[in-house]
Design a protein around this ligand. Sequence first.
Ligand code: FES
Length: 111
Amino acid sequence: MTTRWTVLCEQADLIEGAGIAAMLDGQQLALFYVPESEQKVFAISNWDPIGKANVLSRGLLANLKDQWSVASPLYKQHYELLSGQCLEEEGVQIPTWSVKLETGKVLVACE
Ligand code: FES
């Protein structure tokens, strides 16, 4: 299956070391720009399934055991930006998207 890349926003919309919220097909995403990471930009669901609110774009970034994660502003659980895995609750994982930067645009893979 070929990956379809959708332009989500401009690279200039991103904030270094922090998150912004974006909308893809009616679903809220949280985009994180981490220039010092190999991946540079990450896309996860903005929905915190434990806090039950769209807040993850406002969470704080953390580098734990060499993995970038975000701490939910509500109950402070960490979600890994690459896998969506919650570090405190083994059974909780949130959706993630492949994302890349190209000629000043942020592209997200969708199926
Ligand atoms: S733009 Fe419709 S599935 Fe991605």
